[in-house]
Design a binder for this molecule. Structure first.
Ligand code: 5GP
Ligand code: ZN
Length: 114
């Protein structure tokens, strides 16, 4: 989608610090990190929110676990640990309407989240 900031990062129209990419997923450092490691993992396809996932996305979503695993390995945070978060719609705190997973690490996370 031409007006979407994450689509522009995926197409490399605007710069992003790329961490990982494959045919379905793209991962890059968050511009405003909330932890020492803060990576956004996004599908190449423009899907606005978690609510927009359809049956045909099943394989793509099935591969998400291994992509998270790879990104955590690239960032060397598997052993200390990390958190993954998906915000959905206004009450979930979503600001960018291209589905994305936050991978946060490098500090002690707290619970409950804000
Ligand atoms: P949300 O609140 O939608 O779950 O998270 C959106 C995230 O996108 C925020 O953490 C924000 O810092 C990040 N973000 C917004 N614009 C850009 C950008 O242009 N580049 C990068 N790398 N991250 C962005
Ligand atoms: Zn998009």
């Amino acid at each position: 989608m031409s007006s979407c900031i994450f689509c522009k990062i995926i197409s490399k129209e605007i710069a992003g610090k790329i961490v990982y990419e494959d045919d379905q997923w793209f991962a890059f450092d968050d511009i405003n990190p909330q932890a020492p490691v803060h990576v956004l993992i996004v599908p190449r396809e423009h899907i606005p929110t978690l609510n927009d996932l359809k049956e045909h996305h099943r394989d793509m979503i099935g591969s998400l676990g291994s992509v998270i695993n790879k990104v955590a390995g690239i960032k060397n945070v598997k052993d200390p640990g990390f958190r993954v978060v998906i915000n959905c719609n206004p009450d979930g705190g979503q600001l960018v309407y291209h589905l994305h997973v936050h991978l946060l690490a490098g500090r002690q996370m707290t619970w409950p989240p804000g």
